[in-house]
Design a protein around this ligand. Sequence first.
Ligand SMILES: [Mg+2]
Length: 339
Amino acid sequence: MKLTVEPITLKLGTPFHIAHGVSVARDSVLVHLENGVGEGAIMPYYDYTQADVVAYLENLDIDRVLVEGPLMLEDALDCLPPGPSPALNAIDIALHDFWAKKLGYPLYRLWGLNPKDTPPTSVTVSITKDETAFKQRLRAKKDFPIIKLKLGTGDLAADEEIVRVAHAETSSLLCVDANSAWHVTEAAQIIPKLAAYDRLLFIEQPLPREDVQDWHRLRALLPPKMPPLIADESAQNSGDILALAGGADGINIKLTKAGGLREARRMITLARTLGMKIMLGCSIESSVGITAAVHLAPLVDYADLDGNLDVVNDPYIGAVMEKGYFRYPTAPGLGVSLR
Ligand SMILES: [Mg+2]
């Protein structure tokens, strides 16, 4: 069987500014397996490149992976050698798409999931120093039920000001993502101030990723009844979850960090067992990666699946989002098609 690897560059309509830096475009890799397609998005602040992902996929012996046939999905996934998580994600999604198409149903149906259980998705407003532009971006998203604010400007007062302005400017629910920007003492200082705003759903990745004990140190410094603290950069895959429990209240799962749908489902099971909240996020990716995540979204508490919205050259059409709510594809497999 033939595996085709297609590196792509996704261009953004608006520069995406977060604590890790500014992007005007992001790399990704599509992989095609007969009528199946998968995607592994590259996040520039992790340790792999588009070339690493392409090299893994080009060297993959797909006939060996599919030795038991496409219906034996678990066997195929077990045959994948270790590699960069976006590469594993791309091939995992393509194998799921191929499998579900053979069976003739959309993925969420094969998993027995009800689209009605899907929470509304948040949409992100990234950092800008220009307050007029910031207010314009907020107003453009006023019809969405949840707005996610990127914090981590390097200045705690400026971070708090972002929340104050957004709270005054919109009546949507808010959530914030510091993208690892604060140290424990800074986080302990700003979080209670942010918690004073009503409509604040949760606080994502307040701390750097390096030391998981920081989550427990922070918890000890915070008053009770804070909004949930959600680990993103600190929660790459299921191996990270146990150490976070008790410090973080939840995890943000992204397929490209986890290395695919199967690992994401393992993360969901483990986090639920530990009583943690589950968010399903994304990076900048095409409708292939976003739609794959949408199939899992009925299982989670918070969805943050807007990573294709500002891409101006998305090659695919998949799950369509309207004002925070997804219309699920009805075609077998992922249900994506070329634009
Ligand atoms: Mg995040």
